[in-house]
Design a protein. Structure first.
Length: 314
């Protein structure tokens, strides 16, 4: 059996024809922010999904359904975008489920993108055979999903797992969500870049400009042993670990998976997060806990969306 997986992000929409075993037979990607969202994302998705299916699966009646992973606060029952963080215009209120069902005549499920990453990793990724796990993605913001007893935690309306927006400092930095001290203000790659810029000028790098600082530059300096940058990065890692320790005490996972580009840094990042989490967690919570890198990369969202569709018996 084949399914159409769709992963709608803030910059691009990804497609894949996915089998019932999670194999992605073919894939494609289209931009969605090409005109600053003047063209609504959903309009782009409807157009490009038709193009993708016509190109790769012209016998669309062979598809069993469509699983959608989407950015934003997703009402999973209605399949709509109930809320939007950040500056994505013309997205809140988008009727994803109804629009795709009308276009293709197939059953459609819609789940938040970070929750779909957790679903994908638990199905065929690094979390396979783990019933209780937490997935965190470290990027521009913080995303994530939580699996409890083999089920993704969605909450009353599908909004659960918003890991970037629990506070680790109620007197801390203002967050875009309106609260103070949110986790992503301290644990995201954006937060690390801000910290490095605030610490400039960098020792031994007098020509380094604030606008040139990015994740690669930072970890290149760490590899060279720059003490100033190592101190900033270590402090950032401690904040990441502090949030993960709190989540560990709440959800008692057997596995924490870390995704995002920085997760490729095993020795300089993942291993240090692992050490800090295991040192910070209470003994019974940490003694069998594993902290590892996520495995599926950019395909996790659309694979997880298809898995959710299959779980719902669509």
């Amino acid at each position: 059996m084949k399914y159409l997986g769709i992963d709608i992000g803030g910059t691009a929409v990804k497609y894949g024809i996915v089998t019932e075993t999670g194999e992605v037979l073919c894939s494609g990607e289209y931009p969605v922010a090409f005109d600053g969202y003047k063209t609504p994302i959903l309009e782009t998705v409807l157009r490009t999904s038709r193009e993708f299916v016509e190109l790769h699966q012209p016998q669309s009646e062979d598809l069993q359904g469509i699983g959608v992973s989407a950015t934003g606060q997703i009402d999973t029952e209605q399949g709509i975008v109930a809320g939007v963080g950040g500056n994505i215009k013309n997205w809140e209120g988008a009727q994803i489920k109804a629009s795709l069902e009308k276009q293709f005549g197939l059953p459609v499920t819609v789940v938040n993108d970070a929750n779909c990453v957790a679903l994908g990793e638990a199905w065929i990724g690094a979390g396979k055979n783990c019933g209780n796990l937490i997935v965190i993605t470290v990027g521009t913001g913080i995303g994530g999903g939580i699996m409890v007893n083999n089920q993704v935690l969605l909450g009353a309306h599908g909004f659960a797992g918003e890991l970037g927006h629990f506070s680790i400092d109620r007197r801390g930095r203002d967050c875009t969500c309106g609260n103070k001290g949110c986790y992503e203000q301290y644990a995201s790659m954006t937060a690390l870049i801000r910290r490095v810029r605030e610490s400039m000028p960098v020792q031994g790098m007098p020509d380094l400009k604030p606008e040139d600082v990015n994740g690669k530059v930072i970890f290149d300096l760490v590899k060279k042993g720059n003490e100033q940058i190592c101190t900033v990065v270590d402090d950032w890692i401690q904040d990441i670990a502090a949030g993960l320790v709190s989540l560990t005490h709440i959800f008692n996972p057997e596995l924490i998976l870390i995704g995002g580009g920085v997760s490729t840094q095993e020795e300089l990042f993942v291993a240090k997060v692992r050490k800090a989490v295991l040192e910070g967690a209470m003994y019974q919570f940490g003694k069998n806990l594993r902290v590892e890198r996520a495995a599926l990369g950019n395909q996790a969202g659309l694979v997880g969306a298809v898995h959710y569709l299959m779980q719902r018996g669509k």
